[in-house]
Design a binder for this molecule. Structure first.
Ligand code: M6R
Length: 365
């Protein structure tokens, strides 16, 4: 039931504060991750893990890409990420004590399942699934499971599944990091940042009207570019995927530093450029990328921390996002991009919840 909402997608975007909270429930104290909440098997295993191999598709793959930044930065454990359809059809070098981690909303995605089945024969230490559907094939066939608590996701474009995957993956990362020397004060700092997510996502949802206004600029465009750096690069990828899926506007995401290496040639007044830029150490670099776009007449849409020192000017639209911890920023910055693609699709009159050619669950190759 869509309730007061016009589409399931919008309802699911608005459910995010609640389902992020639900995904943290029982897994955190004020300062710590409750490792036992990940299961007794996980407790025994985490100290042995020397490498993590993540495999997933689509939006879930983007969650895996964010998790790689977290796992390497916080736990200091090497992590690789690959789309399942590629992973399953090539040969691998498997390092000893590697955890095989699949991420899937449905738990029924054919390529992710096939990759898991291969992995179980291939000598991984264990298989962990981050999944939203209890009793799904992925859940049944994995050794360990961390459930997301997003509830049923009806819209084909994944929204709340993604932000709850990120929440679950960060909790898992903290547990892994504790076994790899992260100190208690750092853990407490990030747990606090996690606890603030529901409120921060609420604050972003309050920008809905302004984002709807911005979305008009995309209505008559055929192409768009999304830029981000570090863990915000996968957020840019996810923003671009949402836009193409539901509005059918061609959208490409690049790490901002790659702009000069090719895509800048495409930038003109017909190519809106969307940037996600929390105020972290990469901001200064990003600013120079933005100038490059501006100099070529590109219209810029910047989602940035109010403190980032970016000002609204002709052709530069700045949407101020509440200050967030750099580690949890990917969760918060995903939300305005969901709203942007939603409003563009509504303006274009496309079928938001059931975009053409797509299925909610890709159970065949
Ligand atoms: O159920 P899964 O998370 O395994 O699905 C993976 C992809 O099919 C899915 O995320 C797809 O990319 C979405 N339509 C994106 O919005």
């Amino acid at each position: 039931d869509k309730g007061e909402y016009r589409h399931f997608m919008l309802k699911e975007i608005y459910e995010q504060p609640k389902v992020i909270q639900a995904t943290m429930e029982g897994r955190l104290t004020d300062s710590k991750v409750l490792e036992q909440a990940l299961g007794t098997e996980a407790e025994k295993l985490l100290g042995d893990i020397r490498h993590v191999q993540i495999v997933a598709c689509g939006t879930s793959y983007h969650a895996g890409m964010v998790a790689r930044y977290w796992i390497e930065e916080l736990a200091g454990v090497p992590c690789s990420v690959e789309v399942a359809s590629e992973y399953r059809y090539r040969s691998h070098v498997i390092q000893p004590d590697t955890l095989f981690l699949t991420i899937s909303q449905s738990g029924e995605t054919a390529d992710s399942l096939a990759a898991l089945r291969q992995a179980k024969k291939a000598g991984f230490r264990a298989a962990l699934a981050v999944c939203n559907v209890p009793g799904s094939s992925l859940v049944r066939e994995s050794d360990l499971v961390v459930m997301t608590q997003a509830g049923p996701e009806i819209g084909v474009a994944s929204t709340k599944a993604f932000t709850t995957q990120l929440t679950a993956l960060l909790i898992f990362t903290l547990a892994l990091a504790r076994h790899n020397g992260m100190d208690a004060s750092k853990e407490a700092e990030i747990v606090q940042a996690l606890r603030q997510l529901p409120r921060q996502v609420e604050q972003v949802l309050a920008l809905d009207g302004k984002i709807a206004d911005l979305s008009r600029a995309f209505m008559d465009k055929n192409h768009s570019l999304f830029l981000g750096r570090g863990a915000m690069f996968p957020v840019a990828l996810e923003g671009a995927l949402k836009l193409k899926e539901i509005s059918y506007i061609h959208a490409e995401a690049y790490p901002a530093g790659e702009l000069k290496h090719g895509p800048l040639a495409l930038v003109d007044s017909e190519m809106p450029v969307v940037t996600v830029a929390p105020n972290n150490m990469l901001m200064e670099k990003l600013k120079s990328n933005l100038e490059e776009v501006r100099a070529r007449g590109g219209e810029l849409f910047v989602f940035a921390d109010g403190e980032a020192g970016l000002t609204e000017e002709d052709g530069v639209h700045v949407m101020s996002i509440p200050e967030v911890h750099p580690i949890t920023a990917p969760v918060v910055y995903t939300v305005p991009l969901q709203l942007l693609s939603y409003h563009v699709a509504v303006l274009k009159g496309t079928d938001v919840d059931q975009p053409r050619n797509l299925a909610k669950s890709v159970t065949v190759e």
